[in-house]
Design a protein around this ligand. Structure first.
Ligand code: AMP
Ligand code: MN
Ligand code: MN
Ligand code: MN
Length: 281
């Protein structure tokens, strides 16, 4: 049987993507995606528009979100929620709480950047923002590239915005327990996003996976736009060992800005149970 072309991780202008929710859906459909989840950072306001567009394209759609959490010693980890009820009041309130810290964080980032000669970054980032509740490092990165301080997004993060760099500020996001609780409480399936991206030792990584599973987390992104073949093999092994459902998501943010376009990922290893067995009947 031909594997389903599922893409269960991407962004719109409701967070730090470059395309409106309906444009994301139309691009996914044009790329041959058969099952799509929109997973904006800490935000679900794009889901209604995306669902309508998906209906028009004949594309199956899953309501999603990507929640920022703080883990261990100021590590940020992302937890994707799939098949959530976007009207669930606890989820809605929880996400509003996570978003509420972003503006003050942005002001602190701008103050730090000003000290190293990058001025006007708050106002500059806001010019790239569509959803005022969701100013992110990506918006700062676009301003910094525009100002000529870096050539591309990767370089901005390497020089200015990654942990330990001048524009990075610590921030308290949700806890792992909160994020998994909100997702599961809203009828969804919690999935660890892009596990290869976290700067954790192998032992710390396993602690994260075990804590996640103990809290009711069920899935892991074996295939992510930012994971190479060796990492795919590693997280396929983790999925087998921890009994996780396997997810597949491009983490597409926009044309020209993402490693992988919507739906353009390899197939999952055949022995793994895809997370979408939970999402579609
Ligand atoms: P924030 O939620 O404000 O901390 O922003 C995080 C976002 O920045 C991620 O979701 C990515 O879209 C982007 N990002 C983080 N690291 C990198 C990187 N090295 N290269 C490009 N984009 C990145
Ligand atoms: Mn992002
Ligand atoms: Mn992420
Ligand atoms: Mn993402």
């Amino acid at each position: 049987m031909k594997p389903l072309n599922a893409d269960l991780h991407c962004h719109s202008t409701c967070s730090d993507g470059l395309l409106a929710p309906a444009e994301v859906v139309r691009r996914a459909a044009a790329n041959g995606v058969e099952l799509l989840a929109l997973t904006d950072h800490d935000e679900i306001s794009g889901l209604a528009e995306a669902r309508v567009a998906a209906g028009e394209c004949g594309l199956r759609f899953v309501d999603g979100v990507e929640i920022s959490i703080s883990w261990g010693d100021d590590q940020t980890v992302h937890i994707v929620g799939l098949g959530i009820d976007p009207a669930d009041p606890v989820l809605v309130q929880g996400l509003a709480q996570v978003r509420s810290g972003r503006d003050a964080r942005a002001l602190r980032m701008a103050a730090e950047l000003a000290k190293v000669g990058i001025h006007g970054a708050y106002e500059g980032a806001l010019r790239h923002v569509s959803n005022p509740a969701l100013v992110s490092r990506s918006h700062f990165a676009r301003y910094i590239v525009e100002q000529g301080h870096a050539r591309d997004m990767k370089e901005v993060f390497d020089y200015w915005l990654a942990k330990g760099k001048p524009g990075y500020v610590e921030h308290a996001w949700a806890t792992l327990a909160e994020a998994v609780g909100w997702i599961v409480g809203a009828g969804g399936t919690a999935v660890i996003a892009h596990p290869a991206r976290y700067r954790l030792t192998p032992a710390e990584r396993r602690e994260l996976f075990a804590a996640f599973r103990d809290l009711g987390g069920e899935g892991i992104e074996v295939l992510s736009g930012t994971q190479n073949a060796a990492e795919v093999r590693e997280y396929a092994g983790i999925a087998r060992e921890f009994g996780f459902l396997a997810s597949r998501g491009s983490d597409f943010h926009g044309p020209g800005e993402s490693w992988v376009d919507l739906g353009r990922l390899p197939d999952l290893p055949q022995d793994l149970t895809p997370v979408w067995t939970r999402l579609v009947s």
